[in-house]
Design a protein around this ligand. Sequence first.
Ligand SMILES: *Cc1c(COP(=O)(O)O)cnc(C)c1O
Length: 353
Amino acid sequence: MENLWKNNLRKIEPYVPGEQSKEQNIVKLNANENPYPPSPKAIEALNSFNCNSLRLYPDANASKLKQALADYYNVTPKNIFVGNGSDDVIAIAFQSFFNGKLPIVYPDLTYSFYPVWCSLFNIPYKTYPVGEDFRINPDDYKEANGGVVIPNPNAPTSIGEGLDFVEKIMNYNRDSVVIIDEAYVDFGGVSSVELTKKYENLLVTGTFSKSRSLAGLRLGFAIGSESLITVMEAVKNSYNSYTVDSLAMEMGTASILDREYFDSTCKKIIATRERVTKEMRSLGFTVLDSSANFIFATRDDLSIKDMFEYLKARKVFIRYFSLPRIDNYVRISIGTDEEMDIFLTELRGYLKK
Ligand SMILES: *Cc1c(COP(=O)(O)O)cnc(C)c1O
């Protein structure tokens, strides 16, 4: 008998993010990152940052960043929580709100981090299958539950739903906290932030990683009633009261204030997405109608896994999930027009093979 201490080590299956390759000259369309640089105002905030201020702990309340977000979303700073990426924010929300006996519920095809948090925090969960058309049926969410989490637009399906959908979910779930994960909403989705004023049990989460080109900075936020935000702050302050660092606060604030650059890059990505969708459909692919910065596509007569591997060998990285129901689909992040042209050229090359 030895190494009995090993019995006490935590056994857990972690979340696996899209591959970050060290290879040069790859076309990286596998992690839904933004192909455009962050706002020039955010870069200016970095360049003029007073490094001596790093001696000091950051403002634990992130007041400046919360104020900028509050102004942007037309809420008060008391309705805002900020953290190190929305993954951090959602993890804290899970710990803050999902403490009941009933399972929390979410779609079977969705962000694969949710089951990981459930396992880490011992939260029971149950999934409802999305329809054949990959849409979420709100009526599934009538059943009593310990909480609801739904990305809108959903990932990896790319499908966005309207406010009528969210209101239905809210009406069925007066007794649970509902989290709407809006990681992709800026690419043509409809935001539920206004509904947080009507429903005290609704939390909307957002991120600087996708539409604001700051995935490496790690900044995310949640918007909800004071009753929800206060609990999240208490949970956060119970293990790390200084989550957002001074530099992230400055760059994030500058990014939020630069509406013009934000609007123009989101618009460019949407235009490129529409062009690539049309192009792929003309090549015989089924492409779901996307409200995100990625598309989800298949072609029945092809092995999509084989296609994915061919493209990877040609330095075009897209995302393939070896999962039930979607193992013949790929998720393609929208890059610049140039990158998407390389993708389309390689794709045509594959089809001619
Ligand atoms: C990317 C993503 C997030 C979080 O990303 P962060 O970089 O941690 O902000 C959250 N939810 C979904 C559905 C995502 O795709």
